[in-house]
Design a protein around this ligand. Structure first.
Ligand code: FAD
Length: 292
């Protein structure tokens, strides 16, 4: 591992200034479960590492007066998984966070780091996109909001300016009769990277038999975390049935843009998108009914 300078500022504006001053030479460090591995095992040179560990305004999970939920970027996978607020608000955010590596990885790796690393196979980010979460982004010019779904522009690429950091994620209050589910397919049960991940959010009409709204977001089968727009349109306004879910699964497979690599071929991934979209949507529908 190459030598690097290390700073651990206590104020967010200081962290942003350090990152902005050193540009490409500097990188933010949250839990380090992606960054340190890139530096140690893949030879990535980062002359200045700026730790976010002392920044109080990037921490915590809280409910807001309007019913939305704010999750600090430095909330660890373990904190997100264990939070009753998160589980009650949108269970699939908890389910995505619970899949981050092992207990040890979850105790270090953060939600901000999962989004910040911008891996197409991320597990914690897609549920945020499906829930319509907004990121609060802090930089030298102040704070701005951006949809999490607009942040990732490609593998390892985030739409952040020089010195900008994600401060927190705000997940809007979800409508009545809503259920969620995040599922992934991995060859091994633990400590593996998703071959396919599906985040599904379904809202039912008052009759609990018709789909009012649907949000389906894909992981590991495209360069970003895209909505499966055709599948969403297939589901919206339709009565729940096996046939409908099968149709949505096929549509999601068409929406995906997988590649072949050492983990799976593009064709296999597409088939798994079909299967896992049906499963995720079916569980989200069950949960929407159970919660009503
Ligand atoms: C053994 C192992 C298993 C893993 N399994 C999984 C898995 O199953 N699923 C999965 O999705 N991931 C997995 N990971 C990857 C990793 O644990 C997660 O992506 C984790 O959420 C990264 O968080 P971190 O805090 O460690 O990020 P870091 O490594 O500290 O940072 C990652 C990137 O995000 C940037 N960043 C961090 N915080 C911010 C912020 N607030 N604002 C802007 N940029 C920021 C950093 O600059 C860096 O570029 C695994 C990793 C390991 C080592």
């Amino acid at each position: 591992m190459r030598r690097f300078d290390y700073a651990a500022p206590t104020q967010t504006f200081e962290a942003c200034a350090l990152l902005a001053d050193r540009g490409e030479e500097a990188c933010a460090l949250a839990g380090g479960t992606d960054l340190i591995i890139q530096m140690r095992e893949r030879g990535r040179a980062v002359p200045l590492v700026v730790s976010l560990r002392n920044l109080a305004d990037l921490k915590g999970i809280s409910q807001n007066d309007d019913g939305s939920l704010t999750i600090g970027a430095m909330a660890t996978g373990g904190e997100v998984t264990d939070s009753c607020l998160v589980r009650d608000h949108a269970l699939f955010i908890s389910e995505g966070a619970e899949l981050l590596g092992s207990i040890q990885i979850r105790n270090r790796g953060t939600l901000g780091g999962n989004v910040g690393n911008a891996a197409p196979s991320a597990d914690a980010a897609p549920p945020l996109v499906a829930a319509g979460a907004c990121a609060s982004i802090v930089g030298a010019k102040g704070t701005r909001e951006a949809a999490v779904g607009d942040l990732m522009t490609g593998p390892g690429q985030l739409a952040l300016g020089p010195g900008e950091l994600i401060q927190s994620f705000t997940v809007p209050a979800l409508p009545a009769h809503t259920g969620t589910r995040y599922v992934r397919h991995v060859p091994r049960l633990e400590m593996d990277i998703a071959v396919v991940g599906i985040a599904a959010l379904i809202t039912l009409e008052d009759d609990l038999e018709t789909i009012k709204d649907a949000s389906v977001v894909l992981s590991a089968v495209a360069p970003t975390w895209p909505h499966a727009r055709t599948a969403e349109e297939v589901l919206k306004g339709q009565p729940v049935s096996e046939k409908l879910l099968a149709h949505a699964g096929e549509a999601a497979a068409e929406d995906s843009r997988p590649i072949s690599d050492v983990r799976a071929s593009a064709g296999y991934r597409r088939m798994m998108v079909d299967v896992y979209t049906r499963r995720a949507a079916a569980t989200a529908i069950e949960r929407a009914k159970a919660a009503s």
